[in-house]
Design a protein around this ligand. Structure first.
Ligand SMILES: [Zn+2]
Length: 184
């Protein structure tokens, strides 16, 4: 993913009221990022701070709720990551690794796979077809899928027990192991 200065992020170099904070990043409502650099620090520190703040953006830290602040800071400080490239004057920053997926997105199942699994469940129970209400999104979370499979299994059980009940009259009355007729 490549981000461009004055498009995706804006750099502001200014004297802060005091030292102590080399840089601040603020998210804008449109998803762009403002990076303020404290010019009370020398240029080496300023450049390092810009890289630090841009790494936060490139690594998608602002939406990575599953990472701790410490993890993010360690990553943003890593000056040796060959996958994070900066243009001269910070005209752009590029993170060349495929965009990292959150554990949530990694746990999504394509809708067709969920439908296939439901079909497998009811066919294995001897049912020819089952209408099913599945969310209309292309991907479904594993948790949701598990719930759907359980519902499908429950529906199978209900249908099959109902089938057995209706056919019980014609079925032979099973005997208990003792040989006595079992009342059903
Ligand atoms: Zn940081």
């Amino acid at each position: 993913m490549k981000y461009y200065r004055d498009v995706d992020y804006f750099l502001y170099f200014e004297d802060f009221p005091h030292m102590g904070v080399p840089g601040v990043t603020a998210l804008n409502s449109d998803g762009t990022v403002n990076i303020f650099i404290n010019t009370l620090y020398n240029e080496t520190v300023q450049a390092r701070t810009v890289r630090h703040e841009l790494r936060h953006m490139a690594y998608n830290h602002f939406s990575a709720d599953w990472m701790s602040i410490t993890e993010k800071e360690v990553e943003a400080d890593n000056e040796d990551d060959p996958n994070c490239i900066f243009a001269e004057d910070f005209a752009w920053v590029e993170y060349t690794v495929e965009e990292r997926l959150s554990p949530f997105f990694a746990s999504l199942i394509p809708r067709e796979d969920v439908i296939d699994e439901i079909e497998r469940i009811y066919k294995s129970q001897g049912i020819l077809h089952m209408s099913f209400d599945i969310p209309n999104s292309p991907y479904i979370s594993k948790t949701e899928a598990q719930r759907i499979y359980k519902d499908a299994q429950t529906a199978c059980n209900i249908v099959m027990s109902d089938y057995i009940t209706r056919h019980r009259k014609t079925a032979r009355v099973p005997k208990t192991p003792g040989g006595k007729r079992k009342i059903i």
